[in-house]
Design a protein around this ligand. Sequence first.
Ligand code: CDP
Length: 804
Amino acid sequence: MKDDVTREDRVSNLKGLGCSRKRVEDARFTQGKGNYIDDMQMAGMLTGDFVRSPYAHARIKSINIDAAMALDGVIAVLTAKDLEPLGLHWMPTLAGDKQMVLADGKVLFQGQEVAFVVAKDRYIASDAVELVEVEYEELPVLVDPFKSMQSDVVLREDLDPKAPGAHGPRKHHNHIFTWEVGDEAGTNAVIDDADIVAEASMYYHRTHPCPLEPCGCVASMDKVNGKLTLWGTFQAPHVVRTVASLLSGIEEHNIRVVSPDIGGGFGNKVGVYPGYICSIVASIVTGVPVKWVEDRMENLMSTAFARDYWMKGKISATKEGKITGLHCHVTADHGAFDACADPTKFPAGFMNICTGSYDIPIAYLGVDGVYTNKAPGGVSYRCSFRVTEAVYFIERMIEVLAIEMNMDAAELRRINFIKKEQFPYNSALGWEYDSGDYHTAWDKALKAVDYDGLRREQAERVAAFKRGETRTIMGIGLSFFTEIVGAGPVKNCDILGMGMFDSCEIRIHPTGSAVARLGTISQGQGHATTFAQILASEIGISADSITIEEGDTDTAPYGLGTYGSRSTPVAGAAAAMVGRKIRAKAQMIAAYLLEVHDDDVEFDVDRFVVKGAPERFKTMGEIAYAAYNQAIPGLEPGLEAVSYYDPPNMTYPFGAYVCVMDIDVDTGVPTIKRFYALDDCGTRINPMVIEGQIHGGLTEALAVALGQEIAYDDMGNCKTGTLMDFFLPTAWEVPNYETDFTVTPSPHHPIGAKGVGESPHVGGVPCFSNAVQDAFRPFGNRHTNMPHDHWRIWKTANDLGLHD
Ligand code: CDP
């Protein structure tokens, strides 16, 4: 057959790997046609709203619902007593703890769910919330994990203080777990003997992912068919279905969970919240759909927080700057219940990646989890299970070591990077880094920003400041990070016993277009665009002809969802593998149609051609048609496949960031003059989507480093429960980001891709923070804690005598 389309055109028509294809989702989103939870309207639908505790720690003496029930339009008010006969007044958490669904005898944090009002509409429900009378008896409040570990006050009276917790023995009634990795005695010995030792204590403050859309759901129990449907803002819909089945006793085939469009997740929508359970119960009781959507304050005050790690480090080195050992201890404030969203075997997530990008021969990490009177959670806010904390820790330790040695921090990093030829690299704390070329990335970054020139400029500025010619100082923030994304493998990683694989199913239609479904769920990452590109390159059908569907458990194959940048490393791999299954069958069909042996045809962009005779070929469109319409001996009709992918390892993207910042010492206002971000996420599927991910992640990093915080007073009052107090950056604060890349493919991923969505956040936070700290380094600063808001920056300047 003659073909007048050039090969180049065929590649371009495919819109496969490497193409900056426009996001197919955006036509919907930019026209206001998204379908979010609060858009849902159903006949007879009721609304639920919570009565929440104003106290951080109090005994509940009584709850009177009479006045609320008397309000016209109120259908029910649920309390723990109503849930108890169903065994639903407490629920298991992802961390092996249990959490009250509605306050059972006492409350443990401000904003805790006490009663659930169900009414005809949201306004009536809110009015009725005000009418529920709860009598509280205040109890002593513990918001400091160190004091909590010393206190006689028992926070969790439901737990036997002598019994072990989910992760071994507990040292105190407010202690949750101790997790240790590495060789403590060996590390201490190395540090004791070292030429140079630097120490630092740092607090990675509590913050919150604060997605644009808060959490919510609609539960609808069809009592006739015994089928429960739950629409919700779920980052892991299949896991929610399994948990809902285990908790409710409803058989799993009778539960359908649907994640519609989700307005950002960033880890906030991984866990299971009381609102979901109460909505399900309310729908079962009333027989009509029940909607619950939290407001902004409820989201910030009661759903999963992030960080809250008190980290203490010691790092040792030779006189030449070669790091010899690293010791890290963390006191982790988990709030009232241990509801961290981590794989079961990792109670402190992937904190043991805290040796970072450096070849550190010996290390130790110890983490103690502690209960306090704060909201539960502990999610990986745009990071993979505590890697943000780990990278912040090591990137600060490097800076502190550089100060101790009076050495350039860029050079110190270079001396200690894991070398290209050391990959796959086994870290002292148990990880196998798949691939990396850190020196190339670092050199490229430093050259791009003219690092030496920047240091000269900084020295001139310091001199000018000291001469009284300027009140502005200059910081050069450096960070080099290694991410760890793509949980599984199943043998290491599970959530509530469910192994962390992922999946992709594809159906090629007779006319050569396709629908593919995955176990992940996009929350804005553009999966409908990029997964189609992976498939396009694998099967030779244009990405424009492939519909991607996610998030409906009745149709999508089982998967563990989207968080921790696992979609590309795991589901993206499943997509590539399913494509290869299709291609294998297509090869047999093509060979039959071309009347040659299977081995005599080869795949070329969008077709199979006879080897050595390129004019003889069958396009994927022709092959798909034949799959359904020709009786091919030895082959089943149809062209469909499914793949469940258990990754052999995680992927380890990395990056080199530089931030140039001016600081006005009299106002504490930082101005970001330049931000350069080089990312290496292996094979790049869609450079434009990657760029978008990096801009977003850096902006969230800026937020966390420079102001975003969930803060409490001594009474356990949340001081930052509204967007008036909780910093959310706008275009005003965001600089122009310069992005760059290197490509070091993952050796074990089918297309060599690593995740990217979280990298800029992981690398960005230390970079912004280091810029602030570096500006003050010439004036004697060693370490100051984030968030570096204007007040804290001003105070650092003041403490260093810069206002004298
Ligand atoms: O799991 P999540 O989707 O949040 O993160 P990800 O796997 O890092 O992917 C984020 C987006 O970037 C997706 O649309 C990916 O397909 C895209 N991406 C890419 O184009 N190339 C890569 N090497 C990695 C991700």
